[in-house]
Design a protein around this ligand. Sequence first.
Ligand SMILES: NC(=O)c1ccc[n+]([C@@H]2O[C@H](COP(=O)([O-])OP(=O)(O)OC[C@H]3O[C@@H](n4cnc5c(N)ncnc54)[C@H](OP(=O)(O)O)[C@@H]3O)[C@@H](O)[C@H]2O)c1
Length: 348
Amino acid sequence: MTEPPASNTFGLFRWSALNPPADPTTSFAGKTVLITGANTGLGFEAALKFARLGASTLILGVRSLQRGETAQAEICKQTGYSEENIKLIALDMGEFSSIEAFVKELSTKTPQLDVVILNAGVAPVEYTLSAEGYEMTLQVNVISTAILAVLLLPLLRGTAVKTGSLPHLVIVGSTSHLNVTPEMLPLKEDDKLLDKVSSKSFFNANHQYAYSKLLVMYVMEGLLPLTRKPDGSPEVIVTTVCPGLCMSDLFRSFPFLTKIIWLVFMYFFSRTAEQGSRTIISGAALGADAHGQFWAHDRFFRYDIPSFNCARMISNYVTPQARSSSHQRPRQRSAKENMGRISRTHAG
Ligand SMILES: NC(=O)c1ccc[n+]([C@@H]2O[C@H](COP(=O)([O-])OP(=O)(O)OC[C@H]3O[C@@H](n4cnc5c(N)ncnc54)[C@H](OP(=O)(O)O)[C@@H]3O)[C@@H](O)[C@H]2O)c1
């Protein structure tokens, strides 16, 4: 395979369309796999692959149970997978209460969680506020993804202890974050990053998705200290992956004419959702060296995120629920460690 072009523009899109990732063959036998946003697009294709690769249980987090049932039937039809081994749980990433209910129901449905794929995402062209008061791209792609990750850690850690193997927490990010420069996100001393990126005056549909995928890189960084053992080795492998530009329902909110032009563009510059999902699967099969890495195009991909104050960002997304005693210590430690990292970066 040739090397991908350095810049994240048309050259990389065309290269990635011509160079799809390898189709993984790793067995997931005995593994319980959770995928959010699994009813369509990349999440659905990933679910199909996990079923084919022998995962013992698939848990699909879906916004609509009806769409989830359709996906479940299709997975069983295409792979011969047993319907009993697919559990559907309602999950609306637009609402914190739904995330809490999801985690609660999940813990009653499985004592084991080997792989988590935090895939649900949106790319709306209009500014919309979630029920929680955040801009929707930020709400789903970043804040809810972060909270869900934190709330799933106890189950993942418990699985590590029980099975003696390393569970995976995979966040579906995007190389689009590489296009964000610090100049695009000017922050004054008193600015709160999330408030700024969530504000209507700041919203730009061309950039918001990339901002959300940049912020999710900080979410991964914030999760790293929470998922390391005292000796520094990971107890849960946390990795962000990018499937490359793929044909899916992500661009559903484009106006009709834009959609037509986009489809023509995608014909030449995108992968299929099936090809993109290969990166999700291979990302969930990596070893401990994948902890804190960005996996794209079958390699650990360069990423160099600007040094915003992620401590401030993390303290900003802490919900009252997550402030409860069981989460307080790790979060405070994470913020402190991130502050240390930032000062080191500035000093360097
Ligand atoms: N396609 C690409 O080119 C590309 C490239 C890089 C990264 N990604 C990332 O890949 C992931 C999957 O995207 P996709 O391309 O497969 O898009 P998609 O086809 O639109 O699928 C998105 C999934 O997320 C779910 N979702 C959206 N809002 C939700 C909410 N509030 N609560 C729960 N689930 C919600 C959707 O459910 P509904 O069907 O019910 O809305 C759907 O299942 C996203 O994180 C995306 O950013 C995509």
